[in-house]
Design a protein around this ligand. Structure first.
Ligand SMILES: O=P(O)(O)OC[C@@H](O)[C@@H](O)c1c[nH]c2ccccc12
Length: 264
């Protein structure tokens, strides 16, 4: 079990205000904290995404380099980073390799993984977690790929859209299970349906996953605060964080909105 006080990974110790960020690139530890443990330990459990383009092809980097975005996410206390390598979103395997060279934070590879060799490649490129999309995988493939990811020391990040898909997730206690608020079959082009996350949360919890996540279409801090207050252990946010000038302010606004929700 990896320790939760991950001082070499730029995260903040859980339950205290002690920021133990180490900026020394030379002091990288060899045993990287797992994606799942980093997310569970974080007071700001937002997986922040690097994605070059949105589903409609609009540029999301706005002239910034991936390095500048990763640095802004680290400043905002990201416990983990998602890197979209899928071509629909302007990504590539090289982007994952580049981001891995920039940060010690655990990385999720977001792509359409359907074969075992893609899991080995993900690890070689520097991923700590891989996206497995239930809507695209028959039950036997899901079983094989979750097992393969666990054997490789990666966290399976399983995305679901229905209760039926949830029933087919093996080893759920070692997976992050994310409700995708958008529809991957329409290439994420529609608006997100946050009601899907709220409806499915009890069934996600019942799988035994330690970290239910809501992913996609989270349009700002108020929505994020609502989902965390509803009981999600983590969120995955791309577009909204990429469009804001300041991920730090975005995260602060989530905390402020949560306090406001608590006072009501
Ligand atoms: O930008 P958004 O709406 O916050 O969504 C992020 C993420 O969930 C989305 O990029 C995504 C969801 N599933 C995927 C599969 C492949 C690539 C990307 C994705």
């Amino acid at each position: 079990m990896t320790t939760r006080n991950t001082s070499t990974h730029g995260t903040t110790t859980h339950g205290t205000s002690t920021t133990t960020r180490s900026t020394s690139r030379t002091s990288r530890t060899r045993t990287k904290v797992s994606f799942l443990d980093a997310l569970l330990a974080s007071p700001t459990p937002v997986v922040m995404e690097v994605k070059r383009r949105d589903a409609h092809g609009y540029d999301l980097l706005g002239g910034r380099t991936p390095a500048a975005i990763v640095a802004a996410y680290e400043r905002a206390g990201a416990p983990c980073i998602s890197v979209v390598t899928g071509r629909w979103f302007g990504g590539s395997p090289a982007l994952l390799r580049d981001v891995a060279a920039m940060t010690d934070l655990p990385l999720l590879q977001k792509d359409f993984i359907t074969r075992k060799d893609q899991i080995r490649t993900a690890k070689e490129l520097g991923a700590s977690a891989v996206l497995l999309t239930a809507a695209l995988l028959p039950e036997s493939s899901m079983r094989t790929l979750v097992t393969e990811a666990l054997l490789a020391g990666l966290t399976p990040f399983v995305e679901v859209t229905t209760e039926a898909e949830l029933e087919l997730v093996p080893h759920a206690s070692r997976c992050v299970i994310a409700v995708n608020n958008k529809d991957i079959k329409t290439r994420e082009r529609g608006a997100g349906d946050l009601g899907r996350s709220l409806d499915l949360l009890p069934a996600v919890r019942a799988t035994g996953t330690p970290c239910p996540v809501s992913a996609s279409g989270i349009d700002g801090p108020a929505t994020a605060a609502n989902l965390l207050d509803a009981g999600f252990g983590g969120l995955l946010v791309g577009t909204s964080l990429l469009r804001t000038g300041s991920p730090v302010a975005w995260v602060d606004a989530v905390a402020a909105a949560r306090k406001g929700l608590a006072l009501r």
